[in-house]
Design a protein. Structure first.
Length: 171
């Protein structure tokens, strides 16, 4: 099991910079959504794994790539969405949630791993990723400005862009 966790961390570290670059090229929200879908697929593959090889494929490789797409997108979406004091508050909440997840996640994961079926743990991760994916589209119902123009002239997708703009390539 230690190799699965180590391989996940390796995949996350190896592909995070690439995830940030892809977010710059194709849109941050688009990469967040794609990362959440990939993460959910990896969680499902891990939940049905009959052996360690498939578990490594699902949890380490597929989930690691999905997380590497989502991680840089979250911080850049916060930067493009909030300004001034609101940005500081948003990053404080983001950091607090990450710290709480780092503290509670291993304890809860260890409990679930030792007391229940491992499939429950991975299916729970798939459900959480699916909920996050659904939640990423809720602000689009109230969108008034789908695009933001940065000083460098690069267009990026605003986190509250309509869902149809999220998956369409920009000119």
């Amino acid at each position: 099991m230690q190799w699965v966790i180590t391989a996940y961390a390796l995949m996350l570290a190896a592909f995070t910079i690439l995830g940030g670059k892809l977010g710059d090229m194709f849109g941050r929200k688009r990469m967040f959504v794609l990362g959440a879908v990939i993460f959910a697929v990896g969680s499902f593959v891990a939940s049905i794994s009959p052996n360690v090889g498939i578990l490594i494929l699902g949890e380490s490789i597929i989930e690691g790539i999905g997380a590497a797409l989502m991680l840089p997108a979250t911080s850049s979406l916060l930067i493009s969405t909030f300004h001034g004091r609101e940005r500081a508050t948003a990053f404080g909440v983001w950091g607090g949630v990450a710290a709480a997840a780092s503290a509670v996640g291993p304890i809860l994961g260890g409990y679930l791993q030792s007391s229940g079926p491992a499939a429950f743990k991975y299916r729970a991760a798939a459900k959480i990723a699916s909920t996050g994916l659904y939640g990423s589209f809720l602000p689009s119902l109230f969108a008034s400005t789908p695009y933001i123009r940065h000083d460098d002239g690069m267009n990026c997708i605003h986190p509250s862009a309509p869902a149809e703009d999220t998956f369409r390539l920009r000119p």
